[in-house]
Design a protein. Structure first.
Length: 239
């Protein structure tokens, strides 16, 4: 297992700026090598700030050659404030003069398992080599990442890349989700995880500890990454 590289910054804005720089530096080489930049994001608070930073300087990424994926989605109606897709559209796509192709699970579908299968088919089509270029995850106060919560059977999934999961009991909002599994989350050339806020302190400590269990702290799955995962934390989370 790989120990993460920890990058500490003063606050949320500074942490988001680090992630923005990683994205802007990764996009050009990915497009030059493979024709498209494959970026996957979640919907956490740090990602919201990151999206705002990206929207404020649209020329730093060639969005016309970017495929933007949403790694987990809440099962809510189209455009609902709880929707991660709606968040990405509102904070980034609506502000860009040239937009990336956006792919997200259908959280409004009545059958979550069928929606997960359809998104799996999207991944098969859009990731011909099976790899994202950059995976951006967040850390929940209970230790979850994406929509993989403590005790989730999805942590043990070896075949499927996308699954529907029940509503969490450990964090709000208490709504069911569709999420990438560890198989998909780790199939990436670079992996970054945000840990921002005092409420993440205990979870970050468990994530960084030499020993621990994924069923208790699911974000520890990043330690299975074949490269070196990067954890960007602010002082409130790391103190």
């Amino acid at each position: 297992m790989a120990a993460p590289e920890l990058i500490l910054r003063e606050d949320l804005a500074a942490a988001a700026a680090v992630a923005r720089d990683h994205i802007t530096h990764a996009a050009g080489p990915a497009i030059a090598a493979r024709g498209r930049f494959k970026l996957c994001v979640d919907g956490g608070r740090p990602t919201r700030k990151l999206l705002e930073l990206l929207a404020a300087a649209p020329g730093q990424v060639d969005w016309s050659h970017t495929d933007l994926f949403v790694g987990d989605e809440r099962r809510v109606p189209v455009g609902d404030p709880l929707s991660n897709r709606a968040l990405v559209e509102r904070l980034l796509l609506d502000r860009l003069p040239v937009k990336p192709a956006l792919f997200a699970p259908d959280g409004a579908a009545p059958d979550g398992a069928a929606a997960a299968q359809r998104f799996e088919a999207v991944l098969s089509e859009k990731l011909p080599d099976g790899l994202f270029d950059l995976m951006l995850l967040g850390l929940g106060p209970d230790g979850h990442t994406a929509s993989l919560f403590p005790g989730s059977a999805a942590l043990e999934e070896k075949q499927r890349r996308v699954v529907a999961v029940a509503a969490p009991t450990t964090v709000e909002p208490h709504v069911p989700r569709i999420t990438l599994t560890p198989t998909a989350l780790l199939a990436t050339r670079s992996l970054i995880l945000f840990a921002v806020g005092v409420e993440k302190r205990d979870a970050l400590s468990r994530l960084l500890a030499k020993d621990g269990e994924e069923r208790v702290t699911p974000a520890r799955l990043i330690r299975r990454f074949v490269g070196t995962p990067i954890v960007i934390a602010d002082k409130a989370a790391a103190d």
